[in-house]
Design a protein around this ligand. Structure first.
Ligand code: ATP
Ligand code: MG
Length: 702
C-alpha cells in the first residue's frame, strides 16, 4: 500500500470508536464481531469493506453475504460513499483508486443469490445444467403436492401431512443433516406414523426436480456446498475470493457455516458479525451455535465486542435491555447510549383493534406534521395478517405504505402467471411453470397440459427448431383457437436465440396474456397495472436469467423495492413483520398487537426454546426504534369476520412486558378519557460425485 493510500484508508476510520476502528482495519486473521443491537456492527462491516478496497484488495475478490438483497445494496452504497467522501486525502478529496475500484464489483448478496451465481458459473463441473430455474416456496409445495398425488398419498384414510408440512420436514432434514426419524421425533411427532411414505415422497420429489432441471432453495445451498467440496471445482471457486464477510451470522444454518469454512479453509479473510440475542430463525434450522462456536473453530480468531449503542435513546435502550434480560440463556452484554435525553417508551392500551388502528394512524400523521417523514416511521407486527385492519384504514385515508414480509408482489397470482411464461422460455422442462401457462388456456386441462409439455424439449442446437416447435402442429381446444397461435409464436420467440430486451419480452407476454387474465380473474385493470410495473422493473436487469433468479430468491415486497429514482422521492409508511425488520432502524416504531397469543405467537409456545426465540424477536422489534417507541396492546379482539353479536375475546398484554419490565414504560390509553462437517484442510480431498451424488445422499438421509 502506498503512503497516500495508507493515510486515506486510516481516514476512512474517522468517526468510528476505537473497537469499531480496530475491527474495520483488522488484518487477515479470522474476525468475529459479536455485539448487541445498534452498536454499529453493520456500519463497521461497511467500513471494513471500504478499508479493504482502499488498501488494495480488488473489489471483485470480496464476498459480502447479507440476509437480504436490500441489505447488501445498502451496504455497498455506504461503501461507495465512504470511498468518495472528502477525507482530505487525495487532491480530489477522495480515496485514491476509489472510482477505478468500483465497489459495485464486490460480490454482494444473500447466500442463495451468490450460490446461484456460482452454480451457473461452475455448476457444470459437478454435473449441473447451468440453465436451471429456481422454485420458490410455493412452487416447491406444488411440486411436493404433485408427487404426493402421484404416489396416491393424498387419498389415504389416515390424513397425510399437508404439502407445506411435508416441505418443512424435508427442508429440516436437508438443512440440519438430521435423519428423518429424528426430525419427526423432535419436531413433527404427529407425523411419525407416515415415515415410510414420507421417505418415498421425498425420493420422488428429488427425482422430479432433477428431471425438470429445477432447484429449490435448499438445493442451492446443498449444491454450492457440493461445488466447494469438489476436488476440481472447489479450488476454482475458492480462488475467486480473498475475503468473505457475513452480516447477521447468528441466523445462518449449519450448511451456510460450512460454506464459509469451505470458502476460506484456513480462516484467513473471514469476518463474521452478529448478535446471539437476535437469533430469530431457528425455525428455519438456523443455529446460534455458529456464532457462539466461531472462536472454538478458529482459536486464532480475534473477537471484538461493541457496547456503545448509537441507535436508540437511553430510555428506549433501558427497556430493551430489561426485556432481553428475561431470556433463559444468553451472553451478558451491557449496552449504553450517549443519547441520554428522549421520550420514554409508551405502552399504549387500546380498547380494541379499531382503537389501535386509529391511534397508530393519528400518531403517524402527527409525527409527520412535526417533520418526521413517513419513511422514517414503521409499524411492526408478529404475523403478516396482523396489519390487515391497518392497511384498510391507510387505504381509506390515502396514506401510502410499503409492506415488508407477508405476501410479496411476485406472489400474486397474475404476477406468477407472467413470470411462468419467462420461466418456461428459460427452461422448457420446468413443468410447474409450463402447466401454469397452459392451464390459462380455456379448454386445456392438466392431462392435455402434460401432453403438450412432453413435446417441449430444450434444443441443443441454436439453429435448429425451437423447443416449442412441436406445438405448431397441435390442434388447440376450440375455446382456445384464437389464443393458441399467438402463444406458440410467443414461446418460440422467447426461447429462441434472440428474444430481445427483457422489458420487450415482458411487453410481448402482456399482450398475449391480457385477454387470458381478463377471463381468469376479477379486478383485471388493477392486475394489468401490476404487470406494467413488472415491465418497468425489468428494465433494471441485464438479462432474463438474472431477473428470474433475483425475483425468486429475494422477491420485492412491493414494486418500489426495485424502483429507480422517480419512486425514491415518494414518502410512504413502512409496515413490516418483525422478522423482516431485522437490521433496520426507524425514528419512530409502533409495535402492534403486543398481546399473548400474538407475541409469543400461540403457534410457537411449545417449548422454552420457542418462547425464548419469540422473546428475542420482540427484542429485535423494540431495538429498531431510534427516538420514539410505542407498544400497542388491544384489550379486546373481535373474531374475524366480525359478527353482529359482538362476540369477542379478551387479550392479555404480552408476557414479555412482565411486571418487572412494565414500570420502564409510560402507560397511556389510546383514546384518552374513554375507557457442518469437518473443516477442509489444505490439500484435503472430499469424495463427491457432484450433483448426482448429493441427490443420492439426500435420498439416503431419510
Ligand atoms: P443491528 O444489531 O440492529 O443489526 P448494528 O449493530 O448492525 O445493529 P448499525 O445498524 O450498524 O448497528 O448501526 C446503528 C446506528 O448507529 C446506525 O444509524 C449507524 O449509522 C449508527 N452508528 C454506528 N456506529 C456509529 C459511530 N461510531 N458514530 C455514530 N453513529 C454510529
Ligand atoms: Mg446490523
Amino acid at each position: 500500500m502506498s503512503g497516500r493510500a495508507a493515510l486515506a484508508s486510516d481516514l476512512l476510520l474517522e468517526g468510528l470508536n476505537p473497537s469499531q476502528a480496530a475491527a474495520a482495519a483488522h488484518g487477515s486473521g479470522p474476525l468475529l464481531i459479536i455485539a448487541g443491537a445498534g452498536t454499529g456492527k453493520t456500519a463497521t462491516l461497511a467500513h471494513r469493506v471500504a478499508h479493504l478496497i482502499a488498501s488494495g484488495t480488488p473489489p471483485g475478490r470480496i464476498l459480502l453475504l447479507t440476509f437480504t438483497r436490500r441489505a447488501a445494496g445498502e451496504m455497498l452504497r455506504r461503501v461507495e460513499s465512504l470511498l468518495r467522501a472528502p477525507h482530505g486525502a487525495g487532491a480530489n478529496g477522495s480515496v485514491p483508486g476509489a472510482t477505478a475500484q468500483a465497489p459495485t464489483k464486490v460480490w454482494g448478496g444473500t447466500f442463495h443469490a451468490v450460490g446461484v451465481r456460482l452454480l451457473r458459473l461452475h455448476g457444470r463441473s459437478i454435473g449441473l445444467d447451468p440453465g436451471f430455474t429456481i422454485l420458490d416456496r410455493y412452487d416447491s409445495e406444488d411440486l411436493m403436492n404433485l408427487v404426493r398425488t402421484e404416489l396416491g398419498l393424498s387419498s389415504r384414510e389416515r390424513r397425510f401431512p399437508q404439502k407445506g408440512t411435508c416441505l418443512d420436514i424435508y427442508s429440516r432434514c436437508t438443512n440440519t443433516g438430521d435423519r428423518l426419524d429424528s426430525v419427526l421425533e423432535t419436531a413433527f411427532p404427529w407425523c411419525r406414523e407416515h415415515a415410510d411414505d414420507l421417505r418415498a415422497l421425498f425420493g420422488g420429489y428429488v427425482d422430479r426436480k432433477a428431471e425438470q432441471s429445477v432447484l429449490d432453495y435448499d438445493d442451492i445451498l446443498l449444491f454450492l456446498r457440493g461445488l466447494l467440496r469438489d476436488p476440481l471445482a472447489g479450488p476454482a471457486v475458492r480462488a475467486r475470493f480473498d475475503c468473505v464477510l457475513v452480516d447477521e451470522y447468528q441466523d445462518t444454518n449449519a450448511i451456510q457455516a460450512e460454506i464459509v469454512r469451505l470458502l476460506r479453509p484456513d480462516g484467513t479473510g473471514i469476518t463474521v458479525v452478529g448478535d446471539d440475542a437476535q437469533s430469530i430463525y431457528s425455525f428455519r434450522a438456523a443455529t446460534v451455535r455458529n456464532i457462539l462456536d466461531f472462536p472454538l473453530e478458529h482459536p486464532e480468531a480475534t473477537v471484538v465486542t461493541l457496547e456503545q449503542n448509537y441507535r436508540s435513546t437511553a430510555p428506549l435502550l433501558e427497556v430493551s435491555n430489561r426485556v432481553i434480560a428475561q431470556a433463559g440463556e444468553r451472553y451478558e452484554k451491557s449496552l449504553w447510549s450517549t443519547k441520554e435525553e428522549g421520550a420514554p417508551p409508551a405502552l399504549v392500551l387500546c380498547l380494541d383493534e379499531d382503537e389501535q388502528t386509529d391511534f397508530v394512524v393519528e400518531t403517524v400523521l402527527e409525527q409527520r406534521e412535526s417533520g418526521l417523514p413517513l419513511r422514517r416511521q414503521a409499524v411492526l407486527f408478529r404475523a403478516g395478517h396482523h396489519s390487515l385492519a391497518l392497511e384498510l384504514e391507510l387505504d381509506r385515508r390515502n396514506i401510502p405504505y410499503a409492506k415488508y414480509g407477508g405476501l410479496k408482489f411476485v406472489e400474486m397470482a397474475h404476477v406468477k402467471d407472467l413470470v411462468a411464461f419467462l420461466r418456461l422460455a428459460e427452461n422448457p422442462r420446468d413443468i410447474l411453470a409450463g402447466t401454469r401457462v397452459l392451464l390459462l388456456l380455456p379448454g386445456v386441462g392438466p392431462a392435455r397440459a402434460r401432453e403438450l409439455l412432453s413435446l417441449a424439449t430444450p434444443s441443443a442446437d441454436e439453429a435448429g427448431p425451437g423447443p416449442f416447435a412441436g406445438w405448431s402442429e397441435q390442434r388447440p381446444p376450440t375455446a382456445s383457437a384464437a389464443s393458441w397461435p399467438a402463444l406458440v409464436a410467443l414461446m418460440n420467440d422467447l426461447a429462441g436465440p434472440d428474444p430481445g430486451e427483457l422489458s420487450t419480452q415482458i411487453h410481448r407476454i402482456r399482450s398475449v396474456y391480457a385477454p387470458l387474465l381478463e377471463r381468469a380473474y376479477d379486478n383485471a385493470a388493477a392486475r394489468l397495472r401490476d404487470l406494467e410495473q413488472l415491465e418497468h422493473l425489468a428494465a433494471g436487469f441485464s438479462d432474463r436469467t438474472q431477473f428470474l433468479s433475483e425475483l425468486t430468491l429475494d422477491p420485492p415486497s412491493y414494486t418500489g423495492d426495485y424502483a429507480g429514482p422517480p419512486y425514491l422521492d415518494e414518502d410512504y409508511l413502512i409496515l413490516s413483520t418483525m422478522h423482516s425488520a431485522k437490521g433496520l432502524e426507524w425514528d419512530a416504531v409502533y409495535v402492534i398487537n403486543a398481546a399473548d397469543g400474538n407475541i409469543p405467537s400461540d403457534m410457537a409456545t411449545g417449548s422454552p426454546e420457542e418462547i425464548d426465540e419469540e422473546l428475542r424477536l420482540f427484542y429485535v422489534a423494540l431495538t429498531r426504534a431510534k427516538e420514539w417507541l410505542y407498544v400497542c396492546c388491544p384489550l379486546r379482539y373481535y373474531p374475524v369476520p366480525r359478527r353482529p353479536t359482538d362476540t369477542h375475546g379478551y387479550a392479555q398484554l404480552t408476557r414479555f412486558i412482565s411486571p418487572e419490565v412494565r414500570p420502564y414504560f409510560v402507560e397511556r390509553l389510546a383514546r384518552p378519557g374513554a375507557d457442518g462437517e469437518a473443516t477442509l484442510g489444505p490439500g484435503a480431498r472430499m469424495e463427491t460425485g457432484g450433483v448426482a451424488e448429493i441427490r443420492r445422499r439426500l435420498k439416503e438421509s431419510w
